[in-house]
Design a protein around this ligand. Structure first.
Ligand SMILES: Nc1ncnc2c1ncn2[C@@H]1O[C@H](COP(=O)(O)OP(=O)(O)OP(=O)(O)O)[C@@H](O)[C@H]1O
Ligand SMILES: [Mg+2]
Length: 134
């Protein structure tokens, strides 16, 4: 089985001196293709920090993290990642169809407001009436 996520000796420290927080301390972990992996731990254990490192939102202090054999600092790898955060918010100046066009383009799909895919997707989530609403 090939390793999709490979984390080696990863540490993330926030702040300096006596108030420094070791959010991640020498984490080594590998996740293979096809695996469903639950990252569990008490509040403050570092779960969100680890995910943020994988998504390139937070930079590691030490160690490495790779996805599909590419370092997470390579933003190209993010095109292959689906991520649903706890609290997500769509830009409030976009209509339903504009949200779909926006996120499709971010994922590398060539799409515009006339694409039949838009009605298909809105129908799938029962949100057709929000197509023109911000
Ligand atoms: N930006 C930051 N600056 C300073 N400390 C931070 C920052 N982000 C997280 N921390 C600290 O790092 C530690 C790990 O936090 P993290 O949010 O990763 O934990 P978690 O496992 O996701 O917790 P929870 O279950 O509450 O979501 C905590 O002590 C937290 O206070
Ligand atoms: Mg968290």
């Amino acid at each position: 089985m090939s390793e999709i996520i490979l984390i080696e000796n990863l540490s993330k420290y926030f702040g300096k001196g006596s108030t420094q927080v070791k959010a991640l301390d020498d984490v080594t972990l590998s996740i293979s293709e096809g695996m469903i992996y639950g990252l569990l731990g008490p509040n403050g254990a570092g779960k969100t920090t680890l995910i943020k490192v994988l998504l390139g939102i937070v930079f590691p202090t030490k160690g490495t993290a790779k996805i599909f054999n590419q370092d997470v600092s390579n933003y190209e790898v993010r095109k292959k990642i689906g991520y649903l955060p706890e609290n997500h918010k769509f830009p409030n100046y976009l209509t339903g169809e504009e949200v779909i066009v926006y996120f499709s383009k971010l994922s590398g799909f060539e799409i515009n407001k006339n694409s039949p895919k838009i009605s298909e997707v809105l129908k799938m989530v029962n949100m057709e009436k929000w197509r023109k609403t911000k």
